[in-house]
Structure formats: structure tokens, C-alpha cells
Write a protein that binds this ligand. Structure first.
Ligand code: PPY
Length: 315
């Protein structure tokens, strides 16, 4: 069966741009739009697609809750790639629409959050309507009799739905970027590249002072740099949280492997989400700087030494 990839659709989303960036040599008919993040996860879980792409976090608005909820719950999928895409928003409408006529605007919740300032300055009285994606908003605006006068979307969506650009640079931050992840069913991990990231979810074993510090210490004592830490409710009543973490490094490396073993010993549960090459394009992330005295080779040497003394050989 030829490879087919699911993404948050319809055509013209930022997620489609992300998928095309990740799979540049793939024919367009292999990309299949889905109506929601949950549909992408479900269809990849059922094996209908080779993999799928969803947004994970934005540099202005933070985590995409629909994606994080799916990563935490349900049958686990593996993240095997990521891509950071700069997001630039335009306001679009039908050819006869003037900016002053715009009373109802549709877009994705993350797009509204990133355009709040512009909307307050230019269209303070317009009503905003949140829908499943920026391209779904553009598609709706293009329909005759649409309840929306305008959509906030990517320029590609304006072209795809033959809409007129009413305003450009609608985002409050010109440097905004969104990180997208490529998901597939569990299987062999991507090979370490030397510049990788590992994602996981940690469920603490019980609530006690210092529990989060203990978790963080598993990384700190091994000089593993964390690039994201987000607490999310587990769903089991108020006050119960799990922690979504991204760390520099690959699980095949000793320092990361040891940190995960440390977590496994102290946590109620750990969900390993994947180790995959970092994509720092368009984002300002901390460079990978292992502490001088603990290189990966030092970790490897220490493991060999432990194996030797366990085997009764001279250290
Ligand atoms: O709606 C889209 O186009 C998406 O791909 C999700 C999204 C929304 C806003 C910013 C980045 C990604």
C-alpha cells in the first residue's frame, strides 16, 4: 500500500504546510485532510495512514490542548519527527468585502490568541467565532451565504479558496512559530542524530512536598537540558496533574536512558512519546550544551565500568 499521511485540514492549514515541509518529495495526493486533531490520532491509531501531523505548541499561545490530551490518553502513538513553521496571518474575505464591513470573523483559537492586539486596534466591534482550523474558516467564508465576513488564515488558504486579502501582518508577533509533530504507530525509533529531542509524560506517584523537584532532579543531575515542561490535568478530579516534558537527547544515549530509568523508579507511570531529530528552524531554543565534565562518552564509559565490576572484573 502506498504511504498516505493524515493532517489537520482542510487544505490550506498551517499543518498542511508543516506536512509538506516534512515530506517534500511526496505527491500531494498522499496527504489526506482530517476534520480535527482527534481524527488524525484515531485514523493513525487504526492504521489507515502511515503517519499524521498535528500542531503541538505555539511560541505565543503555548500548548495545543487537543493534541496534548491525545498524547496523554488513549492508545500511545510515537512522535518520530517535528518541524517548526513560522506562522504569518492574513485577514481574508470575499472579493466585495471591505475591512470596515467585517462584523463576524472566524478562525482557529490559537490564531485568535495571536491576533488579539491587531483585532482590538482595527476591528474592535467584530464578533469572533472559533472553528476547527484557519483553513476551515477560509473555506466557510468562501461559501455563499456564509455567517462569517472574514477569516484569519495562512496566505495559502486565501489562494486555495480564492479569497481576497483584506489585511496582512495580522499577527501580533512577526516572529511567531508553531511546532508540529509527526506521529505514527509504535515501532523502531529514529536513529540518534546527535541533535535530538525526547518527549514524555510523567505521572507522579504521590503528592508530597518536593515531588516535582525530585522529577526534575533526574534530568539535572545528568546534565540533561529540558526544553518544555507543561502540567496538564489527568482528568481524575481537581488537583491531579501529569507533566509533559521535552528533553534534549535521544533515549539511545546513556544520559537520557539513565534519566528515564530514574523517573521510572520514582513515578507512578511514564509514557515515552518518542526520540526524534530537533528542528530549531524559526525558533529560539537553547543550544545543546552538555556539561564539560559529563559528555556522552563519559556516560558510556561509566556504564562499561559498572558492567565490569558487576562481572567481578578489575574496575
Ligand atoms: O488551523 C490551522 O491552520 C492549523 O494548522 C492549526 C494552527 C492554528 C494557528 C496557528 C498555527 C497552527
Amino acid at each position: 500500500m502506498p504511504d498516505r499521511y493524515a493532517y489537520l485540514g482542510p487544505e490550506g492549514t498551517f499543518t498542511e504546510v508543516a506536512l509538506r515541509t516534512l515530506k517534500p518529495d511526496t505527491p500531494a495526493d498522499a496527504f489526506v485532510p482530517c476534520s480535527g486533531v482527534d481524527t488524525v490520532f484515531e485514523s493513525v491509531r487504526r492504521g489507515e495512514f502511515t503517519g499524521g501531523v498535528v500542531p503541538l505548541e505555539n511560541s505565543v499561545e503555548g500548548g495545543v490542548t487537543a493534541t496534548i490530551a491525545e498524547l496523554i490518553n488513549g492508545e500511545p502513538l510515537l512522535i518520530s519527527a517535528e518541524v517548526a513553521v513560522p506562522v504569518e496571518f492574513v485577514l481574508v474575505g470575499q472579493a466585495n468585502t471591505e475591512l470596515a464591513d467585517v462584523k463576524h470573523i472566524a478562525t482557529h483559537s490559537h490564531a485568535f490568541a495571536q491576533c488579539r492586539g491587531w483585532l482590538a486596534r482595527h476591528l474592535p466591534d467584530a464578533e469572533t467565532h472559533t472553528i476547527s482550523s484557519t483553513a476551515a474558516a477560509a473555506q466557510a467564508v468562501a461559501e455563499p451565504g456564509s455567517p462569517y465576513d472574514a477569516a484569519i488564515c495562512a496566505r495559502v488558504a486565501a489562494e486555495r479558496y480564492k479569497l481576497h486579502v483584506l489585511a496582512t501582518g495580522v499577527g501580533d508577533r512577526a516572529d511567531a512559530a508553531t511546532r508540529f509533530i509527526y506521529l505514527r504507530r509504535p515501532g523502531a525509533l529514529p536513529e540518534p542524530t546527535g541533535a535530538d529531542r525526547t518527549s514524555l509524560v510523567a505521572f507522579l506517584s504521590n503528592d508530597h512536598p518536593g515531588a516535582l523537584v525530585e522529577l526534575l532532579n533526574q534530568f539535572a543531575i545528568r546534565s540533561v537540558n529540558l526544553t518544555r515542561l507543561e502540567s496538564r490535568p489527568t482528568g481524575d478530579g481537581l488537583g491531579n496533574y501529569c507533566f509533559c516534558l521535552d528533553a534534549d537527547g535521544h533515549v539511545a544515549e546513556a544520559r537520557l536512558g539513565e534519566a528515564l530509568m530514574g523517573l521510572r523508579r520514582i513515578c507512578k507511570d511514564i509514557r515515552f512519546l518518542g526520540s526524534y531529530p530537533r528542528d530549531d528552524a524559526g525558533t529560539e531554543l537553547t543550544p545543546f550544551l552538555p556539561r564539560r565534565d559529563t559528555t556522552n562518552a563519559d556516560f558510556h564509559e561509566a556504564e562499561l565500568w559498572l558492567n565490569r565490576i558487576r562481572a567481578g572484573e578489575a574496575g
